[in-house]
Design a binder for this molecule. Sequence first.
Ligand code: AMP
Ligand code: MG
Length: 498
Amino acid sequence: MTIASDSAVALPFDNSYARLPEHFYARLQPQPVSAPELIASNRPLAEYLGIDPHWLESADGIATIAGNHFPQGAEPIATAYAGHQFGGWNPQLGDGRALLIGELLASDGARFDLQLKGSGPTPWSRGGDGRSPLGPVLREYLVSEAMATLGVPTTRALAAVSTGEQVWREQSEPGAILARVASSHIRFGTFQYFAGRGDTAALELLVKHVSARHFPEIAGNENLALAMFEAVLERVAKLVAKWQLFGFIHGVMNTDNMLLCGETIDYGPCAFMEQFDINTVFSSIDRQGRYAYGAQPGIAHWNLSCLVQTLLPLLDPQAETAVQLAQAALDRFPVVFQDAYNSGMRQKLGLQDSRDGDDELFADLLAMMTKQELDFTLCFRRLTELAAPADSTLAVTELLQLGDECEPWLQRWQQRQREDSASEQQSEQMMLAANPVFIPRNHLIAEVIHAAQHNADLKPFQQLLAALARPFSYSPELVHFATPARPEQAVQQTFCGT
Ligand code: AMP
Ligand code: MG
């Protein structure tokens, strides 16, 4: 099959990354597939990006996402990057199953990468097929869109298509392609790739590119590399605070899976925690718990230390001064993280003021959850219900009760609420906006994937997607989507989406 080019359908691409030097990427075409069909399309996101949703769902749109059709203005590239995987250095990774087809400017002027994931082999496939099975595509679609709705910075899903071809993993599985959108796909590992080669000129170009693209407020700063790093640290610390506040476990926080723009990327082995336990790990390959829930802030800090090391030659001509600047910047992480986490926690508990003793209040709540084996999401939702007794749309009482053992903590919290300057109503509103009832629970995702894979039934996927689109609004007929896994349904392990 050949790739058709259609001049009638112009996605208004402006490809700034493809204007960087040729050794930043490889130019290549997606590999066509035999019989693409639409799985899902994200109409509001398409409209925001200036893409006609009807076109996206048309044969042309589907062929474009499938890589069978070459849109005008596209300049497909696979980008080069390196990374630390589980702490081990890998000097050359790169996009092995994804192609950046171009950048789009949204209605508000924001710039986004449009990437096809699963579009065929690239020079960085390292023996892999460059393809993606259907399961991981559905999983990424659901979880990334849920994260976006919850207000967690993330890559987005624009559309997904099935390919009509099988891919071989442990068994034969249907193949699919995800059209993914990100503010950019520039990774900590992109900087590491050039640092590993001693290519300071490339690092300098990258700093300029990233600063102009993501941090216009630092333009003209006399130490641009330092200002960029400080801005990245700020975003990443706030991002990971949000993960903690929603019980999200990323599962594969390798430096190639951390974006400079501070969006969550790579939904391979991720999972939302159900029963609270700080040591929770899902990823089948994370045997030592390196990326456990409670380890995530420390790992983000470590990853940032890898990033800042790549910038040392740009921070100061004197090596010693450069290291001092890097260390001082890096030391901000715990402060920024803790501030963001505490402010989020206050919101989850309906508190406006910051008071002495709040840290203990939060820690004791988590200790209580651990001891009582409480579901993280439902526990906060039950607290919301207690704070807003008149609101009949909450009703998780039947799913989770706080027993007598919880009384002492509840009384402390309620006393703290009375002393707080937020009114009862403000407190309710804060809690209602911070404590979802629907999260993409792992067993629900597994159900959806099973139905799609074995019965070609996408209805469960659409139903779950719809529930997750309104994560704060409960109604009793949706109880299935709010219910934690029964022991026999519980997903013990997740897998990298390869
Ligand atoms: P990930 O586990 O998604 O972070 O991927 C790590 C590296 O493996 C990246 O360079 C990917 O592009 C590459 N990779 C993963 N799966 C495949 C595949 N099926 N074919 C080619 N490369 C892959
Ligand atoms: Mg990755």
